[in-house]
Design a binder for this molecule. Structure first.
Ligand code: FNR
Length: 183
């Protein structure tokens, strides 16, 4: 069985290291796992008033998320926490009450930073929301990807075997985790 994984990237910029990491993971994933980025940059800030007649972007996002079997977060750290764009997507997907897109989808978190700490703060703040939303989140292997500024060449290819081996091990572990949860 092929499992469809919605990938949420916490950075909106074109040259994002996190987006490059998400695309690298999609290439490294075993055939049983199909990774597809679900876009979050067009979602209006969550507001219950406008959700009475939900904007097209909310409907599109919720539909794409509901169709996925699993969810992988690839995010930078902003001020030691989760970027607002990603938290907003989590909030949009959590409503209306009783129709959340998250519950039961096997999850995992990758944080990527050009800094040395590897986005640990964002990685763990994100897990706090995932506990509440009933997303069973892979514990090991963890992925705090630091010093990511030189991880890719101009074409977005990984520049070192060490990075490739690390991401390969991570995505293989995630594939096994997804199967264990859904299988
Ligand atoms: C950052 N950055 C950052 N890095 C980090 O390791 N810890 C942090 O707390 C922060 N805080 C922060 C706040 C804001 C508002 C911005 C814009 C940036 C730096 C960040 O890791 C860097 O810009 C990454 O390149 C962002 O990820 P993408 O866009 O390359 O995927």
């Amino acid at each position: 069985t092929v499992r469809h994984v919605a990938v949420l990237v916490g950075s909106l910029r074109k040259a994002s290291l996190n987006r490059k990491t998400a695309l690298a993971l999609a290439k490294l994933a075993p055939p049983s796992l199909k990774l597809q980025i679900v876009e979050i940059g067009d979602l209006p800030l969550y507001n219950e008033d406008i959700d009475v007649a939900p904007p097209a972007a909310y409907v599109r996002f919720r539909t794409e998320m509901k169709a996925a079997d699993a969810v992988l977060f690839v995010t930078p750290e902003y001020n030691r926490s989760v970027p607002a764009a990603l938290k907003n997507a989590i909030d949009v997907g959590s409503r209306p009450r009783g129709e959340a897109v998250w519950s039961g989808k096997p999850g995992a978190v990758v944080s990527v930073s050009p800094g040395a700490v590897g986005g640990f703060g964002a990685n763990h703040h994100l897990r706090q929301s995932l506990v509440f939303l009933n997303v069973p989140c892979m514990q090991q292997p963890e992925a705090y990807v630091g010093n990511a500024g030189d991880m890719f060449d101009a074409e977005g290819n990984l520049t070192s075997d060490r990075s490739r081996d690390f991401l390969q091990n991570f995505i293989n572990g995630y594939a096994a985790w997804v199967e264990k949860q859904l299988g």
